[in-house]
Design a protein around this ligand. Structure first.
Ligand code: PXL
Length: 319
């Protein structure tokens, strides 16, 4: 049965072509609403240590989004605070994995990259983006390579320069201040003034197709700010604040980025996604503090059930 109000609309439209266009638009909208979202995350699989894929997979899945993975390397643990960890570089598997996905017609709505196993992988990732990202798909690059003023083990300025090339194909880049300084060849400080932060974010527009999401603004008392700059709106800088917790722990960047990606792919603005990511990370750190011997990662697991509430409170779920 065709609804009467629908027929009324049809009768009032004289031009048949117009009807076809309206119906087509409605059909496309319906497909978009019901289409399942799929993300590919490319970063390491550290078997132990709560980082990278063992963070991205549960968190993004908890947003109701299918999360495929491409491990850049398999490590026994992450590289910060552990010694004698194993490291199996999976660079050589990338082309054949891409080839198989091409045969299987596998495409993604978003590709989210983090800790990368080798310089050669950066080129392979650009190929995967070109070949496997849907036309309207988005790229999120977390240039995970440094923190607190230093490179992680085995990274250097040469890698940072090549990482900058990957950033340039990102719709969103999510550096901390250390990574930002290496990308820009600027000296790092533990504190930057507001003007300096905006200057850094401005410099980073060279390394993104659209958004700079710069973490670590400490200029507001007891708050941690995330600077959001849209390259297409050069004079609009937004800062999103969350309560700051003075506790250093490994893996907060991976937690923040995973939540940011999940919230963004559900249709939230960068400001809303940063707010939700900041709240989730803050709550995870509060959990971690309860376990003083838990020094190698963030206890994010018990915060996962709160994702729905955070989306309701700050954002939307258009999916
Ligand atoms: O959280 C960043 C990260 C990811 N993966 C590995 C790491 C680190 C930071 O040290 O070592 C393997």
């Amino acid at each position: 049965m065709i609804d009467g109000s629908f027929m009324l609309i049809v009768n009032t439209i004289k031009n048949k072509n117009q009807i076809v266009i309206i119906l087509l638009k409605m059909y496309i909208e319906m497909i978009e609403i019901f289409e399942e979202k799929k993300i590919l995350s490319i970063q390491d699989l550290s078997c132990y240590g709560q980082c990278s894929l063992t963070v991205a997979l549960p968190i993004i899945s908890a947003f109701g989004i299918e999360t495929a993975v491409l491990p850049s390397a398999v490590l026994s643990t992450h590289t910060s605070g552990f010694i004698d960890y194993t490291f199996r570089d999976l660079t050589d598997d990338f082309p054949s994995i891409q080839e198989h996905w091409e045969k299987e017609d596998i495409y993604f709505d978003a590709i989210y990259t983090g800790y990368i196993g080798s310089i050669k992988q950066l080129d392979y990732i650009k190929e995967i983006i070109k070949s496997r990202l849907k036309p309207e798909g988005k790229v999120f690059v977390d240039p995970a390579m440094a923190d607190y003023g230093e490179f992680y083990n085995d990274f250097d300025q040469n890698f940072a320069d090549k990482m900058g090339e990957l950033c340039k194909v990102g719709d969103y880049i999510l550096p901390n201040t250390t990574e930002a300084c290496y990308l820009l060849h600027k000296p790092w400080k533990s504190e930057f003034t507001k003007d300096e932060m905006i200057d850094i974010a401005d410099g980073l527009t060279e390394f993104t197709k659209k958004y700079v999401i710069l973490k670590g603004d400490t200029n507001k008392e007891n708050k941690l700010g995330t600077i959001i700059l849209d390259k297409d709106e050069p004079f609009s800088v937004n800062v999103v604040y969350n309560d700051k917790i003075d506790y250093l722990t490994h893996g907060t960047g991976d937690v923040f980025a995973s939540v940011f990606v999940g919230a963004s792919v559900l249709g939230n603005s960068p400001e809303v996604s940063a707010k939700i990511a900041g709240e989730f990370t803050k709550k995870s750190i509060e959990e971690t503090i309860k376990y003083p011997t838990h020094t190698y990662g963030v206890k994010f697991e018990s915060v996962i059930p709160e994702i729905g509430d955070l989306l309701k409170k700050y954002g939307s779920n258009e999916n």
